[in-house]
Each structure stands twice: as structure tokens, then as C-alpha cells.
Design a protein around this ligand. Structure first.
Ligand SMILES: Nc1ncnc2c1ncn2[C@@H]1O[C@H](COP(=O)(O)OP(=O)(O)OP(=O)(O)O)[C@@H](O)[C@H]1O
Ligand SMILES: [Mg+2]
Length: 431
């Protein structure tokens, strides 16, 4: 029986297979420099000209090159939300989100099967990662999200499907390098969620099948890199499109904020391309105080450039983790469109820190709760192991240093630690 571990992430996904007595993270796609990567951005593009569906970097490139079609990203954010179970129109067909996510999972499965070769049996058994909470407050929605993901995996052709918490999978990966017993705090801050696991690790414990007595606590919050992008966008980029501008006929009132919040939220951007939404928006033109900003917003939506803008904001955030300033050239969005003036948008690290402050406070309050629930204090923690792309943010690093000044810090692979642990778990469960 062929087995795998699959990390379906909000931003990036991986699949690892056990094959020829070896565990391998499957190379999924070449990046711009031609290097094979074991991560696939969780993106899917429906091309309207050739009716082909593409995935990952290639999907994003087709979309940003202006090919007509529909791009979907952050699809995991739909699980556990009120949109779960909805359908969406793509060209002239309605698809359920389950179906769309299953196309993405099927592509990962097919790539893994192509990697193991025609003589290997099809992949049947999978351990999938899941965040500690798909929904922070509603247990029923949380369970439904896991059920949806299991259904999606069945649609993709898996028959034996089970789940492991993503930070526990990361702990299993880290434990391979642990030489003596320690109490570890695993921090996984990704695109959609921030998760914490408290666990006792050692080489002896690593060999045990049942680790229940080693787990001291699991906690998490539905906040991550895509929320950081939204905050940065709302605070520093959306004002260039008229967010917050007064309406001249209604003293004290401003342009409704919901347009801008949706435009700054990956999985809601397409809602603004709806003809009725655009018509409703146009009604505001007569009364807005800054028509050039308003027209910029209309041109952005009419030309379906919202995802591209969100990509620019994410890129600026990443740049700001290594430099004090980043520039978004808004004019690049309108280069083929006449009559739209768009200035450069200069973002500073200070703006980023201010935008993220509240979210990061909530994330670290969740860490405090995790420690309290487990009856521990920061002094009990021997090691902090970090993974997830958002842990690269200097502000997060500073918070970790402040919260756990005495613990040894180990930085895991930001993108593959969870997937590696899921594959190890699959071997334990299905072998
Ligand atoms: N250098 C960086 N600075 C800040 N953020 C970064 C950096 N590199 C990547 N990120 C962010 O990390 C996030 C992706 O991380 P990751 O791939 O671990 O998430 P994920 O596993 O897909 O999400 P989740 O586990 O929450 O479902 C994105 O929001 C991305 O913008
Ligand atoms: Mg992740």
C-alpha cells in the first residue's frame, strides 16, 4: 500500500511519500530560477481561453500575465468559514468549493504518483495536516471543516484518510534531531493560522506508537500571514483607492469600508468582480470627495486586478522583513489601461509593525493561554521550535525572544517541517 503525508496549507502545500524504503518530499514545481521546489503555492487558475486548470506558481504566473481566467488562492480559509459548502461560478459552470479544492489535492496526488513511477501502486492512504482550530469559536464548524477536508480527499481518490494537528507533525519532524529529553514548544505561524504545541520529546519517546502522555497542550488561533497582508493593505494601500474618504452629500459618512476589506482579503476579492457589486459601487461616484482615487478603484475592479494588488502587498510585507522600506508601483497594475494615474505606494517597517500589532498581540495571548492551560510557565520550556513562513517576520521573532527569554531556539524548515512530520505519522499509522 502506498502512503503519503499531505500538508494543505493556506499559502503553500507539500506532499511526502514513502517509497523504496525512503521518505521523500516530492519535488512539485520549478521556481523562476529553475530550481525544483517541494512546495506548491496553494493556488489554482481556470484558464478561460483553453479551459485548462493550472496549479501553483504556474497558475499565479498565468493570472498575473493577464490571461483571462479565474485565480483562487487561500482556499483553506474557506474551511471553517460560512462560505464552506458554497458554490461559485467559473465561466459557465458552478463548482462547489469542495470540488475546486479536490482538483488541487488531486494534482498533488498525481504529482506524487508520477514521482514514485508507474510500477508503484496508487496512493491510497494519507495523513493530512489540520490546524488546531479551523474555527476558533465554533466547535461544530470546526468538525465540519475536517469532514469537508476528508470528503475532498475522497473526491481526490484517497481511501484511508486521517488527520494530525500541524504543530504536532512539526514536533515529530523536530524530534529527529533531539538527543536528550526536553520540553518543547512548537510554534507554527503560517498563512492562515498560528498554532502552538507543548510536548515532551526524546529519542526514546520518538519510538513509541502512543504519544498521548507526552502531549501537554495544543492551542491556536485563526490568524496568520494572509491576515497580516490584509491589515497592511487596509492601513497603507487601500487609502490610495479611496478607503476612508468622505461622502460629500452625507456629512460625517465615508465610503463603505466593506469594499476595501473584501479587496484586501484573498478569498473574497472575486466577489467584487460581480456586475451587481460594480453597479452598486458606481452609485457612489457622484458623492465621493476624491474622484481620481475612486476611478482607480473602479478601474482596478473592472480589470480584475485585485489579486495582483494583493500579491504586491504580500511581496512588500516579505521585503519589509529584511529592509526598512518597500515600494509598491501601483502603476504596474494599470500599464495596459489608459487614463488611470496611480502613484507609488511607499511602505515602511514601522507601518508594517503598527498594522500587525493587534494581530500579533492576539497570537501571543494565545501562547500565554496555551501555557496556562497546560499548567506551565515560560521557564518550563527547554526549546522553542519555529516553523511556518510568517515566523520570518522580525516582529514575531522579537515577541518569541521576549516571551521565552530562557529557551533554546531552533528554527525549522519554514515550509516543509509540517509535511515531513505528516509523512512520518503516515508511516506509523499505515505501515
Ligand atoms: N520573509 C517573510 N516575512 C514575512 N512573511 C513571510 C515571509 N516569507 C513568507 N511569509 C509569509 O508566510 C506565509 C506562508 O507561510 P506557510 O507556507 O508556512 O503557510 P501555510 O502552511 O500555507 O499556512 P497555514 O499553515 O496557516 O495553513 C504567507 O503569508 C507569506 O506571506
Ligand atoms: Mg502550514
Amino acid at each position: 500500500m502506498s502512503i503519503c503525508g499531505l500538508d494543505f496549507g493556506t499559502s503553500n502545500s507539500t506532499i511526502g511519500v514513502a517509497h523504496d524504503n525512503q521518505q521523500t518530499m516530492v519535488p512539485l514545481e520549478q521556481d523562476l530560477s529553475g530550481q525544483w521546489q517541494t512546495t506548491l503555492p496553494s493556488a489554482l487558475f481556470f484558464g478561460f481561453e483553453d479551459d485548462e486548470i493550472d496549479f501553483g506558481r504556474h497558475a499565479i504566473a498565468r493570472y498575473t500575465n493577464g490571461e483571462p481566467g479565474r485565480l483562487l488562492r487561500s482556499m483553506k480559509s474557506l474551511l471553517g468559514s460560512s462560505f464552506m459548502g458554497d458554490k461559485t461560478q467559473v465561466k459557465n459552470r458552478l463548482y462547489s468549493f469542495d470540488e475546486i479544492i479536490s482538483f488541487f489535492i488531486s494534482s498533488l496526488k498525481a504529482q506524487a504518483e508520477a514521482f514514485t513511477g508507474p510500477d508503484s501502486s496508487p496512493l491510497e492512504s494519507v495523513v493530512m495536516g489540520r490546524p488546531v482550530y479551523f474555527n476558533d469559536t465554533d466547535k461544530k464548524l470546526d468538525q465540519e471543516a475536517e469532514d469537508h477536508l476528508a470528503h475532498i480527499a475522497r473526491l481526490a481518490g484517497f481511501t484511508h484518510i486521517s488527520f494530525q494537528f500541524e504543530p504536532i507533525a512539526a514536533a515529530m519532524d523536530y524530534e529527529q534531531q533531539v538527543r536528550k529529553e526536553e520540553l518543547a514548544l512548537i510554534i507554527d505561524i503560517g498563512g492562515g493560522t498560528s498554532d502552538f504545541t507543548l510536548i515532551r520529546l526524546s529519542p526514546e519517546r520518538h519510538a513509541k506508537a502512543d504519544r498521548q502522555s507526552d502531549f501537554l497542550g495544543n492551542h491556536g488561533i485563526h490568524l496568520g500571514g494572509t491576515d497580516f497582508d490584509r491589515q497592511l493593505s487596509v492601513n497603507s494601500v487601500m487609502p490610495e483607492f479611496g478607503m476612508g474618504m468622505p461622502l460629500t452629500d452625507k456629512p460625517g459618512l465615508h465610503m463603505p469600508g466593506h469594499y476595501y476589506f473584501d479587496l484586501a482579503t484573498w478569498h473574497k476579492i472575486h466577489l467584487l468582480y460581480d456586475k451587481r457589486v460594480l453597479l452598486g459601487l458606481k452609485d457612489f461616484r457622484a458623492t465621493v470627495s476624491d474622484k481620481s482615487k475612486f476611478d482607480r478603484l473602479l478601474a482596478l475592479l473592472a480589470n480584475r486586478k485585485g489579486h495582483q494588488l494583493a500579491g504586491f502587498v504580500e511581496q512588500a510585507k516579505i521585503e519589509l522583513s529584511g529592509s526598512s522600506e518597500a515600494i509598491i508601483h501601483l502603476e504596474a497594475l494599470f500599464k495596459d489601461i489608459e487614463g488611470v494615474f496611480a502613484p507609488d505606494c511607499i511602505l515602511t517597517q514601522q507601518q508594517l509593525n503598527q498594522s500587525l500589532q493587534r494581530d500579533i498581540e492576539k497570537i501571543f495571548a494565545t501562547l500565554d493561554e496555551a501555557l496556562t492551560q497546560a499548567g506551565l510557565t515560560h521557564k518550563d520550556i527547554d526549546t522553542v521550535f519555529t516553523t511556518g513562513g510568517s515566523t520570518a517576520l522580525p516582529m514575531i521573532q522579537t515577541c518569541i525572544d521576549t516571551a521565552l527569554p530562557h529557551a533554546k531556539q531552533v528554527v525549522g524548515d519554514l515550509y516543509t517541517s509540517v509535511g515531513t512530520g505528516l509523512l512520518m505519522e503516515a508511516q506509523l499509522r499505515y505501515r
